[in-house]
Design a protein around this ligand. Structure first.
Ligand code: ASP
Length: 306
């Protein structure tokens, strides 16, 4: 048995704010990412390879706020964050504030596999990337007219904004994946451009192991999306793992408790994708919608709205 679940961000995503063409484009991009991961799992590949492939696919489309589609910072750049973790060894890797890297998730994996460290940021992470033979993309690669317009709006309002729709509705476009392979191992990965108009090298939950990403074969694999400041303070991913480990809650119960009870009371909008080593899948969110999908053996589903 294998499972994989992905997300492309949560937030105020309603049918009314969508055109049929856009909806089709999002569903197609989610399906492509799901299949990229599924293909690896079907052939007996690892959950680590599957989450890497799925997140890379989401990073390569401008539709989501990660990789190519990353939002603009206050200064008009892109600072990307990513992390990855494997549930069998608890090895993890993360990068934050990196520029010009096509697939930050691959760099976070290189940190995990090729360095003695877990978390590298900014210039240092880029030096490491160069040493590892990563190629650097130009500013044009990351330029997107819609994202640039979002920055102009945000600059006008003077506020840092979560990735949003044309109507100014809140939407979090971070991407992530979790998977269980046929060998019984789970893994998680998350990648984001963060928030439009972010300053001061702001970092959210996505690259923080335990907050935005976590994987442990004994409990669960989690990738989060939402208002990073809240997800950091609520240590969301590890909290779910702890509820399973110390309180014996099921994946479903632990996700419910954290996303639809604790986070709601706390004011943290968003959601996550979760799997455990028994084959359970959970895709909870407390916002109006979440770009999401899962595959379990022959079963496959992608969805957007609540
Ligand atoms: N969690 C991300 C952050 O705060 C945003 C998102 O999920 O879109 O950087």
């Amino acid at each position: 048995m294998f499972t994989i679940a992905i997300h492309g961000g949560a937030g105020t995503i309603t049918k009314a704010s969508m055109t049929p063409e856009k909806e089709q484009a999002y569903l197609a991009a989610l399906t492509a990412a799901l299949r990229a991961g599924k293909e690896i799992l079907t052939k007996g590949g690892s959950s680590l390879d599957a989450v890497t492939a799925a997140v890379m696919s989401l990073e390569d489309t401008p539709l989501f706020n990660a990789g190519k589609g990353s939002v603009f910072t206050h200064e008009g750049h892109h600072e990307m964050d990513a992390s990855i973790m494997r549930g069998d060894t608890l090895d993890a890797g993360a990068v934050s504030g990196v520029k010009h890297i096509k697939n930050p998730v691959v760099l976070s994996r290189a940190v995990m596999e090729k360095s003695d460290h877990v978390f590298l940021y900014g210039k240092g992470a880029e030096v490491f990337a160069a040493q590892q033979g990563f190629s650097f993309e130009s500013d044009e690669y990351f330029y997107d007219a819609f994202r640039y317009a979002q920055l102009q709006d945000a600059l006008e309002s003077g506020k840092m904004q979560l990735d949003h729709t044309e109507n100014g509705n809140k939407k979090f476009g971070t991407v992530g994946a979790v998977a269980l392979d046929i060998h019984g191992n789970i893994a998680a990965a998350t990648s984001t451009g963060g928030m439009t108009n972010k300053r001061y090298n702001r970092i959210g939950d996505s690259p923080v192991i335990g907050a935005g990403t976590y994987a442990n074969n004994n409990t669960c694999a989690i990738s989060c999306t939402g208002h990073g400041e809240y997800f950091l303070r609520a240590v969301v991913a590890y909290d779910i793992s702890c509820l399973m480990e110390y309180k014996g809650l099921s994946l479903q119960e632990a996700c419910e408790k954290v996303v639809n009870d604790k986070l709601v009371k706390f004011g943290g909008e968003g959601g996550l994708v979760a799997v455990d080593a028994k084959g359970n899948i959970c895709l909870p969110f407390n916002s109006e919608g979440m770009y999401r999908g899962f595959a379990k053996d022959d079963e496959e589903m992608v969805a957007i709205y609540g």
